[in-house]
Design a binder for this molecule. Structure first.
Ligand code: FAD
Length: 272
């Protein structure tokens, strides 16, 4: 389908983007366009103005900074996947980026777009939840840092204000085991269910893809592991507190069972 009519503004800086968001009604940022443009073609999204930030190359970087790695919001999935700093310091992020869509999607889609879009079926949000990442946003009042635990608020909704630009994602350097497993019907599909597991100093962190309106922390599993359960026993609590969708790809029941199987495998892999 053809999108509804819209105006187009190309921002030359983050400040210009923030100003354009504030001065145009129903304005939306355009990064890689690989979620927003399909939604516009389906007329699920009808922004009055697109503010294009896709060419803000100063927001495309991966940098080590003390105990964390900073990733610019405009960094394409392909560059996240290939980053040596991430492969060495936080390999679950580069590995998960490699699992997103196909090469075309990875060359256009950005990590910031994936996070700001707030799709619970997306790969990177659950990985960031498992890692306890920080999201940096800049708006008219300045820059703030948001803990990822409070960032995803509902389906396609986040803590970002309408006139804020997500500028950076900060992930902690990890030294423990990790695993990202994504179950798909066909190669390069979206996850039917996905699991991110990370061994941190305080215990294992586990987050689920496509098991609710937002990426979900598998709190029951983490609690069971902390009290000494083995992965097979702990994984039986994978679907606690989740609300998986039923759709043409799989029922909620199926997803619940799948989450238990995947969590068990992910924990075994992370602990191996
Ligand atoms: P856009 O589409 O440009 O924007 C998405 C939303 O985020 C818009 O609302 C926009 O206003 C907002 N936004 C973008 N950047 C910012 C910012 N810096 N600050 C604030 N708001 C911002 N994803 C997966 O995780 N796994 C998959 O397997 C997968 N498969 C795909 C297959 C296909 C065929 C397609 C088309 C997409 C797929 N995707 C998948 C989605 C892909 O990863 C998208 O690139 C990503 O979700 C959005 O990034 P984008 O840069 O394209 O954002």
């Amino acid at each position: 389908m053809i999108p509804a009519a819209f105006d187009y503004v190309r921002a030359g800086s983050v400040d210009e983007a923030i100003a354009a968001l504030g001065s145009h009604e129903d304005a939306k940022l355009l990064a890689g366009g690989h979620s927003l443009l399909p939604a516009m073609r389906l007329r699920v999204a009808r922004p009055g103005t697109l503010v294009d930030i896709g060419r803000l190359s100063d927001l495309s970087y991966v940098r080590e900074d003390g105990d964390h790695i900073a990733i610019g919001a405009l960094t394409r999935h392909h560059d996240v996947a290939g980053s040596e700093a991430l492969r060495a310091g936080c390999p679950i992020v580069s590995y998960a980026a490699e699992q997103i869509g196909d090469p075309q999607v990875r060359h256009m889609g950005t990590i910031g777009g994936s996070v700001a879009h707030g799709d619970p079926a997306a790969d990177m949000p659950a990985v960031l939840v498992a890692l306890g990442a920080q999201i940096v946003a800049t708006g008219p009042g300045g820059t703030r840092t948001i803990a990822v635990d409070g960032f995803f608020t509902s389906l396609f909704e986040t803590a970002l204000a309408p006139n804020e630009v997500l500028t950076e994602i900060r992930v902690p350097k990890t030294t423990g085991g990790w695993s990202y497993l994504k179950f798909t019907r066909r190669a390069m599909d979206w996850a039917l269910v996905g699991v991110a597991a990370v061994q941190a100093s305080g215990g294992a962190h586990v987050a689920l893809v496509n098991m609710g309106l937002t990426p979900v922390r598998a709190a029951g599993v983490e609690e069971a592991l902390a009290s000494g359960s083995d992965p097979a026993t702990a994984s039986q609590r994978a679907d606690e507190g989740t609300a998986p969708p039923s759709d043409s790809f799989g029922s909620a029941e199926y997803r619940r069972e799948l989450s238990k199987v995947l969590v068990k495998r992910a924990l075994q892999e992370a602990m191996a």
